[in-house]
Design a protein. Structure first.
Length: 281
C-alpha cells in the first residue's frame, strides 16, 4: 500500500531515527543518484561498502542496459544490479560469497521474460526505433544501446539535449506503436512490457533474496532523482531523493518523502551516514 505524501520534500534529518534504524535494504537509482557527472565518486563507493559491512542489502536499479551494468556488478560492493527498468537482474558470484576458482568474477543474468519472448519483442522494438529516427528530427539512440536486451532508449540529456517538443514527439511515436514509456534524467525508454522499477524491485527481492517487499516495507528505502523513480516513491513506505531531484519535483506524483542536502553521489553518502548513525547504540 502506498503512503500519503506531504506537499513538500522533508529534509532528511526529519526522518525519525527509530525508523531509519530498522532499514535493512536499499534500492537505489544509479545515474545522478550514485554517480556524479557519469562517475561514481569515492564517497558514494565508500557508502556502498559501509552499508554492506553493516549488513544492509543495497541493490542499484536503473534504466541502463544490462550490458552497461556488467562492469559495475563486478566491481561495486553490491549483491546485484537490476537493469532496464526492472526487466533483468545481473548478479555476481563474488558478491554472493562464492568467487570463481580462478579468481575472476562470475556474472549471471536473471530475466523476467523467456528467450523467445525477448527475441520477438526486440524485433518489434527495432522497427519502432527505426521509425523514430526517421520521423523525429534530432532523435538519436542512447550510446549504451548496444548493451540493451529488453527495451530501446533515446538520448535526451546525456550527450545531446532535446527540447520538450522533441521529447514529446518521441514519446508519442513510442506509444502509438504500443510501447510503454519511461523517462530517466538522461534517456527516454520504450518497451513492450510495462516493467517499472517498483515491479522490478519486488521481483528481484523475491527471486534473489527470498523476500517479499510488500511484507516488510518498514525495512526498505528507495533512493532516486528522476521520473522513472516515481513508481518507487509511490509504493515504498520510505523514500529519499538526492538534492538534484529538485529539477523534476513538479513532475513527480508523488515525490519522495525526504531529500538530502547534497546532490548526486554525495547525497547518497549523506543518506548512508544517516542510516548507519541510527543503528548505533
Amino acid at each position: 500500500m502506498s503512503t500519503p505524501r506531504p506537499e513538500r520534500l522533508r529534509p532528511l534529518h526529519e526522518w525519525p531515527a527509530a525508523q531509519r534504524a530498522r532499514i535493512h535494504g536499499v534500492f537505489t537509482d544509479i545515474d545522478d543518484t550514485l554517480t556524479t557527472e557519469g562517475q561514481i565518486t569515492p564517497d558514494a563507493l565508500a557508502a556502498l561498502a559501509a552499508l554492506r559491512e553493516a549488513g544492509v542489502i543495497v541493490v542499484p536499479i536503473t534504466g541502463r542496459p544490462v550490458g552497461w551494468c556488467e562492469t559495475l556488478a563486478a566491481r561495486w560492493p553490491v549483491p546485484a544490479i537490476v537493469a532496464e527498468n526492472g526487466a533483468v537482474a545481473l548478479f555476481s558470484e563474488k558478491n554472493a560469497g562464492t568467487p570463481a576458482p580462478n579468481g575472476e568474477v562470475s556474472l549471471s543474468k536473471l530475466y523476467r521474460e523467456d528467450a523467445p519472448t525477448r527475441a520477438r519483442n526486440r524485433a518489434h522494438m527495432q522497427r519502432v526505433a527505426a521509425r523514430v529516427l526517421r520521423e523525429v528530427p534530432g532523435a538519436a539512440l542512447s550510446r549504451d544501446s548496444e548493451g540493451r536486451e529488453t527495451d530501446i532508449a533515446f538520448d535526451v540529456a546525456e550527450f545531446q539535449h532535446l527540447d520538450a517538443a522533441q521529447i514529446d514527439a518521441i514519446l508519442a511515436l513510442l506509444r502509438a506503436e504500443g510501447l510503454h514509456t519511461t523517462r530517466s534524467s538522461i534517456h527516454v525508454h520504450g518497451a513492450v512490457n510495462a516493467f517499472d522499477k517498483w515491479s522490478g524491485a519486488q521481483w528481484a527481492a523475491e527471486a534473489l533474496f527470498g523476500r517479499r517487499l510488500n511484507d516488510e516495507l518498514d525495512h526498505w528505502v528507495a533512493v532516486g532523482d528522476s521520473i522513472n523513480d516515481e513508481p518507487m516513491f509511490r509504493h515504498f513506505r520510505y523514500s529519499v531523493g538526492v538534492a538534484n531531484i529538485a529539477r523534476f519535483a513538479d513532475q513527480l506524483r508523488p515525490p519522495p518523502l525526504y531529500r538530502t542536502q547534497a546532490a548526486h553521489g554525495a547525497g547518497f553518502a549523506e543518506l548512508t551516514r544517516a542510516l548507519l548513525a541510527a543503528r548505533q547504540p
